[in-house]
Design a binder for this molecule. Structure first.
Ligand code: COA
Length: 205
């Protein structure tokens, strides 16, 4: 059965990445939604830009993706589309274990690896080149940024930004709404809402 066409909310860099990942996965994209009326009627990557109120388009026979990088904005937009069907986008150049569970609206980009037992909530971004090792859990509307690495059994809460190139040690946890700075190394649990940066100092022991 052919997958239904996609409607993508957003026209920024993340949305354009989604268009190309969808096309690589053999999905057709019928429209990109933008609130900026100056964009309406234009095309991006050959896809028409439509008016930005998603509720005007819910009658279409399509699946949705909220291609907005900001976690809270993504959650807000998804809540406004409750009842619509959300796609799960998986770039063909990624490895997703058959035992991994990916929620509705997840976006899994090229060069990623999701290992056995991984569980992703809804509207999670696993960005280019990130790896998620065995039995990790990632909560709703979190973003594992480009080149980040989660070792086994890491627990990431909801609405977490886990920054570009950051690493989490096996078994670490990051609470809801936390931000992990680019390049950080998480070796201790990070509480909800905290911003954590840095990698500590390597020393002999
Ligand atoms: C940590 C972070 C959230 C801080 O953002 P911010 O509050 O706007 O911080 P600023 O840029 O004003 O920097 C404040 C200070 O923190 C330092 N800092 C910022 N980011 C840092 C990082 N990742 N690691 C170490 N120090 C950092 C700055 O050098 C600056 O230090 P100074 O006051 O001594 O000059 C942000 O820099 C970051 O790393 N975000 C992740 C972005 C990302 O990976 N996005 C995903 C794209 S796919």
């Amino acid at each position: 059965m052919t997958a239904p066409p996609l409607l993508i909310v957003g026209t920024g860099g993340h949305a354009r990445e989604c268009v190309e990942a969808a096309q690589a996965a053999g999905r057709s994209v019928t429209g990109l939604l933008d609130q900026d009326s100056a964009m309406w009627g234009k095309t991006l990557l050959g896809v028409p830009v439509l008016s930005g109120d998603p509720t005007e388009h819910t009658a279409r026979d399509a699946e949705w993706l909220i291609a907005v990088g900001n976690n809270d904005a993504r959650a807000r937009l998804a809540a406004g589309l409750e009842g619509c069907a959300f796609a799960t986008l998986i770039h063909p150049f990624s490895w997703v274990s058959p035992s991994a569970v990916t929620g509705d609206g997840c976006m899994i980009f090229a060069g990623t690896v999701l290992q056995t037992g991984v569980r992703l909530g809804r509207h999670v971004i696993i960005n280019t080149g990130a790896t998620v090792s065995h039995d990790c859990q990632v909560g709703d509307c979190s973003h594992i940024a480009v080149g980040a690495h989660l070792a086994g059994n890491v627990g990431i809460g909801a609405h977490v930004l886990f920054g570009a190139g950051a690493v989490a040690r096996h078994g670490a946890s990051v609470g809801d709404g936390a931000t992990i700075g680019a390049g950080a190394v998480v070796v201790h649990d990070i509480a909800a809402g905290v911003t954590a940066v840095g990698s500590g100092v390597a020393r002999p022991r």
